[in-house]
Design a binder for this molecule. Structure first.
Ligand code: BTN
Length: 255
């Protein structure tokens, strides 16, 4: 049915017409010993989850709503690398297969023309210093018309159809994403994070540019230089120091 060309990723695919969230299903399956590489896909989610406890709109047959179960043997603190990896996979598919010009807005929003078309939510179950499993949730707005986007996100969200003026075959997109994912994941295990870092930075939104970064006590200007091993964003301040930025502190669309 899915016509995959992968070796292990998506060998088992659980497909639901409608569910609360593919993340929930994936957690249940993973707790019940689902294999590394199991994939859950839904046509519709009634309680899609975004990062930072936000909702993720997942209307029926408009986009790709999918979760991947992985059992990586890396320490829990390096799990953010898998999110960055996933972002490079999505950017690669959009660029190489769809000939678009995607950017990755740190940590993991995929933008087309400065608007978000895709998000990634990574959730992990770890015990002591071992990861039991990771669930990587991928949401891509594919065939939405402008009116299909919820009102509160219309100004900052988009879809592949809105950007390209045509509808896309979602099964083909899923095939490409899973194939690129498997290859990139194997590359990552083989050669380490540097391959991901380099690629991520080449897609990085406003990398090399000056932005304002807000901390508890002030706002300072800094050049965004790249990403660190632990997933932090690196910023070079006017006094020459390079610091790690962890979350929600950047004025992305101002200066
Ligand atoms: C974000 O940008 O905030 C992350 C969005 C992640 C959405 C996907 S859709 C498939 C999976 N199931 C969910 O409930 N969320 C993720």
């Amino acid at each position: 049915q899915w016509g995959l060309n992968t070796n292990w990723l998506g060998k088992s695919i659980i497909h639901k017409e409608s569910t609360t969230s593919t993340q929930h299903i994936a957690h249940d399956l993973a707790t019940n010993h689902a294999d590394h590489g199991t994939v859950v896909i839904a046509d519709e989610q009634t309680a899609g989850k975004g990062r930072l406890s936000r909702a993720w709109y997942s209307s029926k047959n408009k986009g790709i709503w999918m979760s991947i179960i992985l059992r990586p043997s890396i320490p829990p603190y390096l799990a953010p690398q898998l999110t960055l990896l996933t972002a490079t996979v999505l950017a690669d598919v959009l660029k190489k297969e769809l000939k678009l010009n995607p950017k990755i807005k740190w940590p993991n929003d995929i933008l087309l023309q400065d608007k978000k078309t895709s998000g990634i939510l990574t959730e992990m179950q770890a015990e002591q210093d071992r990861i039991q499993y990771v669930v990587i949730g991928i949401g891509i707005n594919v065939n939405h018309e402008p009116d299909d986007l919820a009102e509160d996100i219309q100004s900052k969200a988009t879809s592949l159809k809105i950007e390209t003026g045509k509808s896309w075959n979602m099964t083909e997109l899923i095939q490409q994403i899973l194939l690129y994912f498997e290859k990139t994941y194997e590359d990552f295990l083989d050669k380490g994070f540097s391959v991901i870092k380099e690629k991520w930075e080449s897609y990085g939104y406003r990398i090399g540019e000056v932005t304002s970064i807000k901390t508890f006590h002030d706002v300072q200007r800094a050049v965004l230089t790249g990403i660190a091993e632990d997933g932090a964003l690196l910023a070079k301040y006017e006094d020459g120091t390079i610091k790690k930025v962890y979350s929600g502190e950047i004025d992305w669309f101002g200066n």
